[in-house]
Design a protein around this ligand. Structure first.
Ligand SMILES: Cc1ncc(C[n+]2csc(CCOP(=O)(O)OP(=O)(O)O)c2C)c(N)n1
Ligand SMILES: [Mg+2]
Length: 1014
């Protein structure tokens, strides 16, 4: 049966041009196969077939304009089943899913009921603190009831009753205050603690040696060169948190398992080096070269994959980046799993963070996303040593409670590890609740001060607050009181917390652990405000540290600050290695087993090398067209990760919603408002687009996760993050730097770029400097192309260099939203090479053969130059050569390198920079311009041997038409004519009257202040 395939609902558009025909008569097609690409003035979209069968006839051709309902093809259908009939309507599909879900839930509920913990212990005797309670007896009865419920029916039942009580009270009109906190005690009750299978004695010995070697490394480095710096106190407080993880939880990557990903707190790096030393991965010489990296073999100050590419995986030391990067890493891991690109092996992402670091807005900024996306593969460990660099994190409050509230509120599973095991019996005997009351009421400033003093002080200031608590510790000596440890230093408590965290399902977990900054450092470094910067320990301190941790070194060895490494055959070393063997290998370790992606054939971009004729389009649109083509390349299609922070429509990318779907971990639970339209908003569990919402930092974190996929997941991916160019480097500069350090590979697209090209949006949107920011990152390759073929050449080369040849560089490309027609690529065989090197000759005006000027233009301003040059030729008999500069940044790099070579090799034949190759023998002065600040083109000024002048858009942007803006910033064709004439006059090549006349002719106000002052 012959059927018609019609143009579907394409939204608000009519008479949209057909730009590509993707099928021919006689082709056998299936449902969803793309038929044609249509393009409005903003975006291009493929129309898929909704019928399968053989194409009988085609009713349209390239260049036709079509609207909804027009006939595209006649198809002899296979089974005459239209997509609409076959596909279950979304609503019905949702109902089915919901029903399935509730069946599953019932089953889960049943199993949890079966597995629920019913405590068999005897209920404790409950006494009530009298203060402020109008009926303690009644309170006692309620408490006893809940205790009985917990004992008889378990946690879930108790929780249910409490919830019902709260609901009832709320419905009766009781104003229920929001409680975000639980009491200031451990989340996991003693009887629910999972016990470690490790040998605690050996583990303590190993930990002590790591502590010692870490401190020794910092002290030795600073003894040699006091300027080197380093930190002892941070790792001292976190040693147990790391050790328990490394001995028991963090699984390494190997040929059987993808590996957990661990974000180490930046300035705890000495501890990781010290462990690697015991493991035999680093030697003494390397430890002695801590923070001395200029010569090969040194150890970097903090985790820097760029500097230690086989060791560190994640740069974390810029506070706040680690938490966000870890969240997006965990999310990206699920994305890869849901798209079927990697297996679900239950891998985890761990992030170790400081409590001071949690002040960074970025640290908490993405925790909502982690809960929303149910990232149960994510575990944060916040080391709450109550101090940051200058002093207490929350002297007047409680950082642990504050963080608990934030994370609980966001929907995280919160595990507080506040008190160590020595407290267990005290808490069990706290029948009146006075101890917990003091714990709740003591502020962090006091907690810190107590640990800087001694047991007697704690007895007086802490336990001394109530008679009951004073009695509670009456049988303990001051020394015993001093021994009452904090949870984060107790391997049992930490083990139990990690065990629970790794088993949690359906939400991310945060382990909030209380520790002491500078633990074990004694009077100079323990819990004092200056701990953070302690990098030198005197002999007495070192002796104390050795004794505190029983390090088997003689006094003399301590004086020499010797490292200690037990024999390879010792139980400690054997144990340490055995643990890692069990967990699959060493950690941290960075390795790559991904396969390269074959770059697409050159002809995939052929349609961008011919002229667009009358048709006008922006480079942003050309890019989207190109991506659509790439989605047809079998090697590349699956690997593209388009990332957009709520700007898909701005860039004309809405066609991607249907074509490849928006990633949504729960699929789409609703029928979108625009369901009937071709570009409807389609969310899908295996969707490819990361639609990040208004969230540049999150989008950049996703870009880094995808850009380092080749090492962290052993699969090479191609992230393409498109953003308003002004909200790129300017907004997320530090993340871009971390991305570069991580050796991310991928594309950053600064779309709608340029200070005058993005016309109406005004001062905050108009970008005149992103290329300069890009130029500050050594492995960033930036381009500012004007024409579609330049973009195609650059993009393909980027794919080849990064993803086929696996160079550790990334590309920043600006694209604009100004529509114009694009010429065919010049036939010159050196053109492609020039585009990539940064400049090539695009045009020559040579009618007059008298006076000449060299014009260098980039981005849309190149077009103003071409127009200006034409005027100069026709009206002023001035010839010119016009160079399209695709990258001032790349030209500068080459210029710098050649200049350096020549200066260092004075007796050798000087090399020529590429700029000189192009311009050295040319006639006339040079004038360069771009839609960026003058300093953009000035980048090459030192490397040209001729007179050089530049025009640019220095100053604040403002909203107006492109024409007015270019006039204001003096980069329009009229200014190019005037400045061109003036330059020639200054060079004494023509008389100045021509410039004076032109100033008058074009109404240029020579008294107007510099735009930077306006
Ligand atoms: C963005 C940023 N700002 C400032 C610093 C400097 N800095 C390094 S460590 C530190 C204090 C960290 O305190 P905390 O997070 O509590 O870690 P701790 O050492 O106490 O574990 C500061 C301010 C930094 N590394 N990054
Ligand atoms: Mg801290």
């Amino acid at each position: 049966m012959s059927e018609k395939l019609l143009v579907p609902d394409i939204g608000d558009f009519e008479k949209v041009e057909v730009i590509e025909l993707l099928v021919k008569e006689g082709d056998q097609i299936k449902v969803n196969d793309p038929i044609v690409t249509i393009e409005s003035d903003k975006s291009s979209v493929e129309i898929p077939s909704i019928i399968s069968g053989k194409i009988e006839s085609i009713n349209i051709k390239v260049g036709d304009k079509v609207s909804k309902g027009d006939v595209l093809l006649h198809i002899v259908s296979e089974n005459s089943t239209k997509k609409d009939e076959k596909i279950i309507p979304k609503d019905t599909e949702n109902l089915i899913k919901e029903a399935e879900q509730s069946l599953k839930k019932n089953k889960e509920e049943k199993t949890t009921l079966e597995n629920r913990i019913i405590r068999q212990e005897k209920p404790q005797i409950i006494e009530v603190v009298n203060k402020g309670d109008i009926d303690p007896l009644e309170t006692k009865e309620w408490l006893e009831s809940i205790s009985a419920v917990i004992e008889r029916d378990g946690d879930d039942r108790a929780h249910h009753l409490i919830k019902e009580l709260i609901n009832k009270a709320y419905m009766e009109g009781v104003n229920i205050p929001y409680t975000q906190n639980t009491p200031y005690i451990n989340t996991i009750p003693v009887n629910e603690e999972k016990k470690s299978t490790g040998d605690q004695n050996i583990e303590r010995k190993i930990r002590s040696l790591i502590r010692w070697n870490a401190a020794a490394m910092v002290v030795r480095a600073n003894k040699k060169f006091p300027e080197l710096g380093g930190h002892i106190g941070t790792f001292a407080s976190a040693a147990t948190l790391y050790d328990v993880g490394i001995n028991h939880f963090f699984r390494a990557k190997n040929n059987k398992f993808g590996g957990d990903l661990v974000y180490f707190q930046g300035h705890s790096a000495p501890g990781m080096y010290a462990r690697a030393f015991l493991e035999g991965r680093l030697n003494e010489k390397q430890l002695d070269n801590f923070r001395q990296e200029v010569k090969p073999g040194g150890l970097s100050s903090y985790p820097h994959p760029w500097l230690m590419p086989n060791f560190w995986q994640f740069p974390t030391v810029s506070m706040g980046l680690g938490p966000m990067l870890a969240i997006y890493q965990a999310r990206y891991m699920k994305y890869l799993i849901n798209r079927g690109l990697i297996k679900d092996e239950g891998r985890k992402v761990w992030a170790f963070l400081g409590d001071g670091e949690m002040d960074e807005p970025e640290s908490l900024g993405a925790i909502g996303l982690a809960a929303r996306e149910k990232l149960d593969n994510l575990i944060f460990v916040v080391n709450c040593n109550l101090q940051r660099l200058d002093g207490p994190v929350r002297g007047n409050g409680k950082i642990i409670q504050e963080l608990e509230g934030s994370f609980r509120g966001a929907g995280w599973n919160v595990i507080k590890v506040i008190w160590g095991s020595y407290w267990d019996s005290l808490l069990a005997n706290d029948k009146t609740g006075h101890l917990v009351k003091i714990m709740n009421e003591t502020v962090d400033g006091e907690y810190q001060a107590m640990k800087a003093r001694n047991g007697a002080y704690v007895r007086e200031k802490f336990f001394g607050k109530f008679l009951e608590t004073r009695e509670l510790v009456s049988s303990l000596s001051d020394k015993d009181i001093w021994k009452l440890n904090r949870g984060g230093h107790d391997p049992h408590k930490v083990f139990a917390a990690y065990d629970k965290a790794t088993k949690n399902v359906g939400s991310p977990t945060v382990v909030i652990a209380k520790t002491i900054k500078g633990y074990g450092m004694g009077k100079t470094g323990e819990s004092v405000n200056t701990t953070h910067q302690t990098k030198k320990l005197d002999v007495d301190d070192l002796m104390y540290y050795r004794d505190r941790f029983d390090v088997p070194l003689t006094d003399n060895q301590v004086r020499n600050i010797e490292y200690y490494k037990p024999d390879e055959k010792s139980v400690e070393i054997k144990y340490l290695k055995e643990r890692r063997l069990q967990l699959g290998g060493f950690i941290p370790e960075r390795s790559t087993f991904s396969k390269p992606i074959k770059a697409p054939p050159k002809d995939i971009f052929d349609n961008m090398k011919v002229s667009t004729g009358e048709k006008e389009m922006s480079t942003t649109m050309a890019l989207v067209r190109m991506l659509t083509n790439l989605l047809r390349d079998k090697n590349v299609a699956q690997r593209l990760v388009p990332i957009i922070p709520d700007e898909a429509r701005t860039f004309g990318m809405e066609g991607f919603f249907q074509k490849i779907g928006i990633y949504a971990h729960e699929g789409q639970k609703y029928e979108p408002e625009d369901a009937a339209q071709l570009s409807s908003y389609r969310e899908d569990k295996s969707g490819q687009v990361l639609e990040e919402g208004i969230n540049e930092a999150g989008a950049m974190s996703s870009w880094i996760a995808a850009g380092t996929s080749y090492t962290n997941h052993d699969i090479e991916m191609i992230p393409i993050y498109l953003f308003y160019s002004m909200f790129g480097f300017q907004r997320i500069g530090d993340l871009a730097w971390a991305g570069a350090d991580s050796q991310s590979r991928g594309f950053l697209i600064g779309a709608t770029a340029g200070r005058t090209t993005l016309a109406g949006e005004g001062l905050q949107h108009q970008d005149g400097h992103s290329h300069l920011l890009a130029s500050t990152i050594p492995n960033c390759i930036a381009y500012d192309p004007t024409f579609h073929y330049e973009l195609a050449v650059i993009f393909r080369e980027g794919l080849r260099r990064m993803h086929e040849k696996r160079e550790n560089v990334f590309y920043y490309i600006t694209t604009m939203n100004e529509n114009y027609s694009h010429p065919a690529m010049p036939k010159d065989k050196n053109c492609e090479d020039g585009i990539l090197k940064g400049m090539y000759k695009i045009k020559e005006f040579s009618k007059n053969k008298k006076t000449k000027i060299q014009f260098l233009g980039s981005g849309t301003i190149l077009r103003e130059m071409i127009k200006g040059a034409e005027i100069l030729q026709n009206e002023y008999q001035i010839d010119s050569e016009i160079w399209s500069v695709t990258s001032f940044n790349e030209l500068r790099k080459d210029g710098m390198e050649v200049e350096r070579y020549n200066l260092l090799n004075p007796n050798k034949e000087p090399k020529k920079s590429y700029i000189e190759e192009c311009l050295g023998k040319k006639e006339g002065p040079i004038m360069a311009a771009s839609d960026y600040m003058r300093i953009n083109s000035d980048q090459i000024r030192p490397y040209v041997s001729k007179s050089f002048y530049s025009l640019g858009t220095d100053g604040f942007g403002r909203s107006d038409t492109r024409k007015n803006l270019r006039n204001f910033f003096e980069v329009d064709k009229e200014h190019i004519v005037v400045y061109g004439l003036s330059v020639l006059a200054k060079e004494q090549l023509i008389a100045s009257k021509y410039a004076t006349e032109a100033i008058k002719k074009y109404n240029i106000d020579s008294k107007k202040p510099m735009p930077t002052k306006l």
